[in-house]
Write a protein of this length. Structure first.
Length: 293
């Protein structure tokens, strides 16, 4: 995504957020979209069973006429199909031909951004975006949907007055402008604060529930959690937060090892000796970047 922004100079970004998307998909529109592609009667009857299953709230079954199936394996697929027709196809067939400059859209499930090379096009699209989604029973979040001034070397004090912020989050990564070690301009992707806190909370919760496991088994599982984190968030420019994550994991582990019982404290000297023999995975960059001049 960042390479597209650099190459085409698409520096005006609409960071859109749909309120309660998975709970507000109208079944009538969803069935109409499925009619355009899915003609197999067996598959359609199976999808209808998922849609008619309803949801259990406070022990009572409630029939639903909107929203993706609660806990259904088909839910992500149906949600993606719905936004394909409502947002992606509309952007390509109706929006793009009416704009003067370049533009692009990037979407994964309900997480989406639109980028433009001039602010006039971005403002025009933002003005009609809410109406487009409202036509299909969806609502833009009034506070989280915003127009971002993503031009390089811009700060909060120098950004365009009709925009909100100079950075945006997409797929768990905060996109900001920075400089490489050679001094060239680059889009840095760092772990979003919310995702960072969520990842540490997951580590802490696991250590709390499994603090009585053997040290070897805990080490093996924590290593897999860290490798998974580094594999996703290990992008160029994010090394500092990766190292901080690794540091915090060790602190969390020591905390819950010290609470295995009320008598003993798992001291740092002992943990450091274990880590020398069996170290946790180091922070690593799995996805490199390319700076632009």
């Amino acid at each position: 995504m960042q390479n597209v922004l650099w190459a085409k100079r698409l520096y005006w970004v609409i960071d859109l957020d749909i309120q309660k998307y998975f709970d507000s998909i109208p079944h009538s529109y969803l069935r109409a979209f499925l009619d355009q592609r899915v003609t197999d009667g067996v598959i359609r009857r199976m999808i209808d069973k998922w849609l008619n299953a309803g949801a259990i709230e406070d022990g009572l079954l409630r029939r639903t006429t909107e929203g993706s199936p609660q806990g259904g394996v088909v839910s992500p697929c149906l949600s993606n199909i719905f936004l394909h027709y409502v947002l992606d196809e509309w952007f390509e067939t109706e929006v793009r031909p009416r704009l003067r400059g370049g533009c692009t859209i990037a979407r994964y499930a309900d997480d989406a951004i639109m980028a433009f090379d001039n602010i006039v096009d971005a403002q025009r699209v933002l003005a009609v975006l809410g109406k487009r989604l409202g036509r299909y029973g969806l609502t833009l979040h009034p506070d989280k949907t915003r127009l971002v001034d993503f031009r390089p070397r811009r700060t909060e004090s120098t950004r365009h007055p009709e925009t909100d912020g100079t950075s945006f989050d997409f797929l768990g990564l905060t996109h900001v402008w920075g400089r490489s070690r050679r001094g060239k301009a680059m889009v840095m992707q760092v772990t979003a604060k919310g995702r960072f806190a969520r990842a540490l909370a997951a580590v802490s919760d696991w250590c709390r529930k499994h603090r009585n496991w053997s040290i070897r088994d805990q080490h093996r599982h924590l290593s897999s959690m860290m490798w998974g984190h580094f594999a996703y968030y290990g992008v160029g420019g994010n090394a500092r937060r990766l190292r901080w994550f690794a540091h915090q994991v060790v602190r969390i582990w020591q905390k819950w090892l010290s609470r295995r019982d009320r008598q003993s404290v798992f001291r740092w000297t002992r943990l450091n000796e274990i880590l020398k023999r069996h170290p946790l995975p180091p922070a690593r960059i799995a996805h490199s970047f390319a700076a632009v001049s």
